[in-house]
Design a protein around this ligand. Structure first.
Ligand SMILES: [Fe+2]
Length: 187
């Protein structure tokens, strides 16, 4: 498995989902967002665990890789903030737009700069091996998530509902705190 093929396929999948996000409304929008979040978390995980540590070493790819880690952090922060929302408002839309722009920039930089340099520095064989490793890690992680969610749907609905209402309450507290902070700023 060619590492670049795998990562580019992920990139295309997320780009499609961002398109879907734009046309979706209300609850459906949050559902598409959840899909984007899952995809991006998995993608950044395999890159940071397997791909970037190798790319950090060669001189040609060192700086770009450090930059890529930083960009991942920005994306992860935005994902965290966006996932707190229980409904979509203008602020959320603005933040989602910034997320998309950040992801698009990162993808462009990877595909146009980092990947060609990585191929030159590591060679085809190593890229192939890294691809295998990332595909295996992805499957391992996905398998885990699938087991988790099937366990949840298998009779634990009540406790899931409980957890949900608890976290909704926590969100409300946070939201009201943010509001009071904001209005304090205005004064
Ligand atoms: Fe990345």
């Amino acid at each position: 498995m060619d590492a670049f093929k795998l990562l580019k396929a992920d990139h295309r999948k997320v780009a499609k989902l961002f398109g879907k996000l734009e046309s979706a409304n209300g609850k459906a929008k949050l559902e598409v967002f959840e899909q984007i979040k899952t995809e991006l978390e998995l993608h950044t995980h395999i890159e940071e665990k397997i791909f970037y540590p190798v790319l950090e070493k060669p001189k040609q790819t060192h700086d770009l890789t450090l930059e890529a880690y930083e960009e991942h952090d920005v994306v992860k922060n935005l994902l965290r903030q966006l996932s707190k929302a229980k409904s979509v408002n203008d602020e959320w839309e603005a933040q989602a737009k910034v997320l998309r722009e950040n992801v698009e920039h990162h993808v462009e930089e990877e595909e146009n700069e980092l990947f060609p340099k990585a191929e030159a520095a590591l060679g085809e064989e190593k890229i192939e091996a890294l691809g295998e490793e990332m595909a295996a890690e992805k499957e391992r992680k996905q398998g885990r998530t699938a087991t988790k969610s099937s366990k949840k749907s298998g009779g634990a609905k009540k406790s899931a509902a409980k957890t949900k209402s608890a976290s909704t309450a926590a969100k409300r507290v946070r939201a009201s705190k943010t509001r009071s902070k904001k209005s304090a700023k205005k004064r």
